[in-house]
Design a protein around this ligand. Structure first.
Ligand code: CFM
Ligand code: HCA
Length: 531
């Protein structure tokens, strides 16, 4: 495999070769392996990454249903973060839900030349007068930063004028390496100005925040269904089907569970320091993952009755899906997969694929950081990365008024031996020997690896799905779930298994000739890169 990867990379110009080599490793058991991650993509590469604005407005803010999210920028950027990510939300009783709307200043050439602040002020006024929201966000796209519109000044002026919170986000697309820079800008602002501002008093015993769960395809609803059935009180989901009111009261939960480590781990850490809320890493993708997660949560709270109830519900849920899962496994066992998603799903989905007897042979993230690959113990090594000069490193202190001692030190240490308290080991340690790991993968590398390894299925996003499908390999979008879902939890696992089975076994593949039957490997010249 190593020789083949070297040959693929040798096609690149020299500097690109050197760069890409550091982003690809082959898993070796019993070795501590390092990968280069979260560095800027070389211009000319057809990367699958999105921009900083996509991470801020599209990913973190977009799903918060009862705030109006105004995009200050051209309509294309606004449209891109509107329907595409499949944010799903239902209004709370008596609450507001703006999730179906796209609010944009629709910047034109003249605004770029003469400045767009006036237009932004008008947009806020219009939004307030028509919708009467409780809060507004303003997200900046690339031109706003380039021409220097002061969105922060406009936001504070609007706060005074309308008496509601108006938050400004300088998340211009070019601001960081990728979406993950945008997550950070959005989360820092929520941490500083929203979380902890609610007036709710912590009363519920088994109260949880679900962090890093964005309700794509209804995943958050399936996760909440199971947690509520066990008896947990869900204070806030950040940010899937999220609500401003709930985020304000997030400090009242007794446990933070972290699904997507990449987009939110630092918020979990800050909430622990500021409010005393411990956090654990969870995974609701796949039956094994969900069961493990439910057991970990029950152990955290520790009561015999809760542990017993958890087991009862696990048994009930499994009984409901067992027969179907067994059938799909019999159709999928022994198949191979490529798994390339943004910053956390490439790890979470390993678990469900394993449940179904599918082997992941190539796996990678678009933009995750080294800790998502190698585990949190490398965080001290990566404090200064390519994003550090653009993104504020927020430091928080204990909030003397709102801090609660949820676990004693001794109890914390005892529990840390059995559940992943503030712990995440990353993707690489979980992989089988010889799995190829690729960071910031591109179309050329994917294509070569598909021709060489001929996987049975390919999991990725819209940017490569159809290229791969035309190569004769069933290709599923793990970002949008091809407009299906949920895939999380027990009921979601069956939907996923059913769709993968029909994708792999559809007779349509008989009508396609895969390129490896007619084209030699590594043919042609690679264009782009540094030379
Ligand atoms: Fe986290 Fe996400 Fe992901 Fe992500 Fe994303 Fe997404 Fe994703 Mo698309 S927050 S890192 S920036 S799990 S939008 S819901 S599917 S790339 S793997
Ligand atoms: C984004 C959003 C995205 C894109 C999906 C894709 C999503 O990065 O801006 O490329 O298919 O999940 O909607 O990741």
């Amino acid at each position: 495999m190593k020789e083949f990867i070297d040959k693929v990379l040798e096609k690149y110009p020299a500097k690109t070769f050197k760069n890409r080599k550091e982003h690809i490793i082959i898993k070796k058991a019993n070795e501590v392996q390092k990968i280069t991650a979260n560095t800027r993509t070389i211009p000319g590469m057809i990367t699958n990454r999105g921009c900083c604005y996509a991470g801020c407005k599209g990913v973190v803010l977009g799903p918060i249903k009862d705030m109006i999210h105004i995009v200050h920028g051209p309509i294309g950027c606004s449209y891109y973060t509107w329907g595409a990510r499949r944010n799903k939300a239902k209004a709370e009783p008596g609450g507001q839900n703006y999730i179906e709307y796209c609010f944009s200043t629709d910047m034109q050439e003249s605004d770029i030349i003469f400045g767009g602040e006036k237009k932004l002020r008008r947009a806020i006024k219009e939004a307030v007068e028509i919708f009467h929201p409780r809060a507004i966000t303003i997200s900046a796209t690339c031109p706003v930063g380039l021409i220097g519109d002061d969105i922060n000044a406009v936001a504070s002026e609007a706060e005074k004028l309308y008496g509601i919170q108006v938050l400004a986000f300088n998340c211009e697309g070019y601001k960081g390496v990728s979406q993950s820079a945008g997550h950070h800008i959005a989360n820092n602002n929520l941490m500083r100005n929203v979380i902890g501002t609610g007036t709710k008093v912590p009363t519920e015993k088994h109260s949880i925040n679900i962090l890093g769960e964005y309700n794509i395809g209804g995943d958050g609803w399936e996760i909440s269904r199971v947690l509520k059935k066990i008896g947990y009180d869900i204070v806030c989901v950040m940010t899937g089907d999220g609500s401003y009111e709930q985020i304000k009261n997030a400090h009242t939960a007794s446990l933070n569970i972290v699904q997507c480590h990449r987009s939110i781990n630092y918020i979990a850490e800050m909430m622990e320091i500021k409010y005393g809320i411990p956090w654990i890493k969870v995974n609701f993708i796949g039956v094994t993952g969900t069961v493990q997660t439910l057991r970990d949560i029950a152990l955290f709270f520790g009561e015999a009755e809760l542990i017993e109830k958890t087991e009862k519900i696990i048994a009930e849920e499994i009984a409901e899906i067992e027969g179907e899962m067994h059938y799909y496994k019999s159709r999928l066992e022994g198949k191979t997969a490529f798994l390339y998603v943004g910053g956390s799903r490439s790890h979470h989905y390993q678990s469900i694929l394993k449940d179904l007897g599918i082997e992941t042979i190539v796996s990678g993230y678009e933009f995750a950081h080294r800790d998502d690959y190698e585990g949190r113990e490398v965080i001290p090594d990566i404090k200064l990365d390519a994003d550090s000069k653009n993104i504020e490193h927020l430091t928080v202190e204990k909030d003397e008024e709102k801090y609660r001692m949820i676990l004693s030190r001794a109890k914390y240490e005892e529990l840390a031996k059995v559940i992943p308290l503030a712990k995440y080991d990353g993707l690489i340690k979980d992989l089988d020997e010889d799995t190829v790991v690729i960071d910031d993968y591109n179309h050329y590398e994917s294509e070569q690896l598909i021709k060489k390894l001929k996987p049975d299925m390919f999991f990725s996003g819209i940017k490569d799905k159809y290229v791969v499908q035309k190569m004769g390999v069933t290709s599923k979008q793990l970002h949008s779930y091809d407009y299906s879902g949920p895939y999380a939890g027990f009921r979601g696992a069956v939907i996923f298994a059913r769709e993968v089975t029909s994708g792999v076994h559809t007779p349509a593949w008989r009508f396609v000739t895969p390129p490896w039957k007619v084209e030699p490997l590594l043919e042609g010249k690679v264009v782009g890169g540094d030379e």
